[in-house]
Design a protein around this ligand. Structure first.
Ligand SMILES: Cc1cc2nc3c(=O)[nH]c(=O)nc-3n(C[C@H](O)[C@H](O)[C@H](O)COP(=O)(O)OP(=O)(O)OC[C@H]3O[C@@H](n4cnc5c(N)ncnc54)[C@H](O)[C@@H]3O)c2cc1C
Length: 488
């Protein structure tokens, strides 16, 4: 793509979108050079800011006509480089498509544009006694379109499921530039589950321009406890026992000793002194059911070696319990100048064994790893600590981070629980899938996008990227520092 071609494309788009909606100035383009994974940076050739589905479709059609790749972007908080621009392509940013078109409590549905912020859906539904359940910790800033593309999760997805369980319909601009609908307000459309294929497709199957989401009734009662254990083995066993007893908490979160140390240093959350691990268990639902199950949870925690158990008496105490957990990632900055946020998932019952393996590798390589994670659904977020100022430490940390993903795969898990593959983990895809598996997935991609223009280079490996290890985060994410998001 030459500079002349891009300027021709810009000239074609300006009358359709408006001058201010097409950015070609090099300095302004830099604003969009990365997402939440800031070590990958690419300045896009052009940025388009459509305000309607028709404008978005027209932008994609212009790209197709010019043979130019395009990348969708919502709020740019993704942690795997999914919205990393293409140097010769157009970044199509949906952040100005922010209308909440309908909240229909009687149908338990809301219809929103893709740039709508996750938390704003719950705010709009609250007066009707409803909320939108998937709650990524970036929910104050991330967009519903990005959530759909990443199939995002959050602390309360244990009980309520991930984004895919809360989207019933989409309007999509296909990579040909056509506007189509997948699913609708009713569940379970007949035929192939193209809606299911689109959710989690990371911008490779088209751009969503409208999302119909399922709303969830706000619970009558919420109760939270904090339990201290000698170590992660006991806390992991308690987690499995709670689920095996038929109790489904809204959230079960675990922190190990190093993560507790960091949280204490940062926010003085007063977690049980000397604990090798803590569990936060939150139950919600009808008051009578929550009370009955809460008694079971307390008993099971004690039976699995919990020492101190603290029950939140009110919202303030509940917030204090969560404060340590929510601050944990940023807090790691208190005990290490740099760290990698890893995201893998394993069957819940493999937690004790996998945590032991991580501890072994950490000890063997002399690299500290703090564990803070969604224990209930086996979604690990190991934080691999290092000091970039010390030669060789960053590389060692990257090796440990990659080895942790290998352990997840070996235990029947996956290289990503909720942050996606994006650019960051394309090199790990062949470790998880055979060449035939990957080719089969490519058939689906090609059926949507035969020209390969939608977010090329993401999700699927090319030989250049095979064997690459994930990149590293230096210190807290700027959104965390600004108090706008927490890493869960
Ligand atoms: C501090 C912090 C905490 C986080 N916590 C969590 C968490 O708890 N759980 C979790 O799951 N994630 C978490 N994330 C990751 C991130 O917030 C989510 O992946 C989120 O869904 C990304 O939304 P976004 O609008 O920022 O998307 P972007 O980063 O802009 O894009 C993400 C992907 O979606 C695609 N995309 C964006 N919009 C569209 C569209 N309209 N149509 C098609 N494709 C599109 C992009 O091409 C890209 O591949 C966190 C991130 C940060 C920085």
């Amino acid at each position: 793509m030459t500079t002349t071609d891009i300027s021709t494309l810009a000239t074609a788009l300006r009358p359709v979108l408006g001058d201010a909606q097409v950015i070609s100035d090099r300095q302004e383009l830099r604003t969009y050079e990365c997402d939440g994974l800031a070590q990958y940076r690419v300045v896009p050739a052009l940025v388009a800011l459509p305000r309607t589905a028709a404008e978005c479709a027209a932008t994609v059609r212009a790209c197709v006509d010019a043979g130019v790749p395009f990348v969708a972007r919502g709020s740019g908080t993704g942690l795997s480089g999914g919205a990393l621009p293409h140097a010769e392509g157009v970044l199509i940013v949906t952040s100005q498509m922010r209308a909440i078109r309908a909240v229909r409590a009687e149908d338990e549905r809301a219809v929103v544009e893709p740039g709508v912020i996750n938390l704003h859906v719950s705010r709009a539904a609250a007066p009707f006694g409803y909320y939108y359940a998937p709650d990524p910790s970036s929910q104050q800033v991330c967009s519903i379109g990005g959530n759909v593309a990443e199939n995002s999760g959050g602390a309360h997805c244990l009980k309520y499921g991930f984004t895919t369980n809360h989207v019933t319909g989409l309007e999509v601009v296909t990579p040909d530039g056509d506007l189509v609908r997948l699913g609708g307000p009713a569940p379970d459309a007949p035929g192939y589950d193209l809606l299911g294929a689109f959710v989690g497709s990371e911008g490779t199957l088209g751009i969503t321009t409208e999302v119909t989401v399922r709303l969830t009734r706000s619970p009558e009662s919420v109760r939270t406890l904090l339990a201290g254990f000698a170590g992660t083995d006991q806390a992991g066993a308690a987690t499995s026992a709670i689920i095996a007893a038929g109790v489904l908490p809204a959230a079960i979160e675990m922190m190990d000793a190093l993560a507790i140390e960091a949280a204490e240093a940062a926010v003085r959350c007063g977690y049980p002194a000397g604990a090798g691990a803590v569990l936060i268990v939150e139950l919600d639902g009808p008051a009578a059911e929550v009370d009955a199950h809460f008694t079971d949870v307390e008993r099971l925690c004690r039976e699995h070696g919990a020492g101190e158990i603290r029950v939140a008496a009110d919202d303030a105490e509940r917030a204090l319990i969560w404060k340590g957990r929510k601050s944990a990632f940023a807090a790691v900055g208190r005990i290490s100048p740099d760290y990698i946020v890893q995201d893998g998932v394993i069957p819940r019952t493999a937690l004790p064994e996998v945590l032991r393996r991580i501890a072994e590798i950490s000890a063997q390589r002399g690299v500290r790893v703090a564990n803070v994670f969604h224990a209930g659904d086996g979604n690990l977020h190991p934080l691999v600590l290092f000091d970039d100022a010390v030669p060789g430490q960053a590389e060692q940390a990257e090796e440990v981070s990659g080895a942790i993903l290998d352990i997840c795969i070996a235990h029947g898990g996956s290289i990503t629980g909720e942050h996606g593959v994006g650019m960051d983990k394309v090199g790990h895809m062949p470790r998880m899938y055979s060449a035939d598996d990957l080719d089969t997935m490519q058939l689906l991609r090609c059926a949507f996008d035969p020209r390969g223009l939608a977010n090329p280079g993401k999700v699927f490996p090319t030989p250049r990227l095979c064997g690459e290890v994930p990149g590293r985060r230096r210190g807290a994410h700027p959104l965390q520092e600004a108090g706008l998001a927490e890493v869960f």
